[in-house]
Design a protein around this ligand. Sequence first.
Ligand code: NAD
Length: 248
Amino acid sequence: MSDLTGKVAVVTGGTRGIGLAIAAWMLEHGASVVISGRDADRLNIALKELARDGAPVGGLVADAARREGADRLVEMARERFGHLDVLVNNAGITRDGLVIRMKDEDWDRVLETNLKGAFLMIRAASKAMVRRKTGGRIINIASTAGAMGNAGQANYSAAKAGLIGLTKATARELAHWGILVNAVAPGLVETDMAAALPADARDALLAQVPLKRIGTAREVAEMVGFLAGDGAAYVTGQVFHVNGGLYM
Ligand code: NAD
């Protein structure tokens, strides 16, 4: 069983869905965790849920797309728990539409949150990890859309494909310091994001899943947890697809 005792993790967008499941998994396996979200009320609800048994968890209202938020999150992990070992770039949004009708701001906002946000967090976190000289783990939550493309999601598919490139480039750069960088690419997973898909698009995707069901946030968290632990010590620059076979 994975053991993250003594490890400190930051999970962006940890207030619901996949991020919340990752934070819960890490707390169950001994880590201390800092989560972020944009909405203070939602963040407080998540913190109450996660801290139920006195678990070591902190939270910050921070926009993942802004540099100040990234720096403050890393600072908070260090102030509250002493250091930072694991970064999970999970915060993400969709603003779907056909490319011929897509507004500039829908393109920009999706790229800023899903891709630039990850860059800002990786820069802030890896500086702290390099200084401490004990290595680290960075796990980026990509998407099947980034590997195979999804009609109606040109912005999101481009951002997630970019995140896979960012994963591989930073895995090469940061290996020297023992910082391992990987991506987890979920398929269709039961969260608010998947619920927002039009029913016909959701059904069309589900029809292509060999395992014939939607995935759970916990099933994504299991893969992220593995990548954060000792069992993944020789794994970097890889993309792990958790998608019921939707993309192979
Ligand atoms: P969700 O909408 O349920 O949760 C998204 C989380 O990100 C929330 O906590 C939200 O507050 C946070 N967030 C969004 N924008 C933010 C910002 N600017 N700053 C800080 N936090 C922000 O979605 P989810 O399904 O849990 O998605 C989590 C990740 O998994 C995303 O990166 C998403 O792209 C990816 N993903 C989801 C699916 C799916 O089917 N649900 C599939 C593939 C990939």
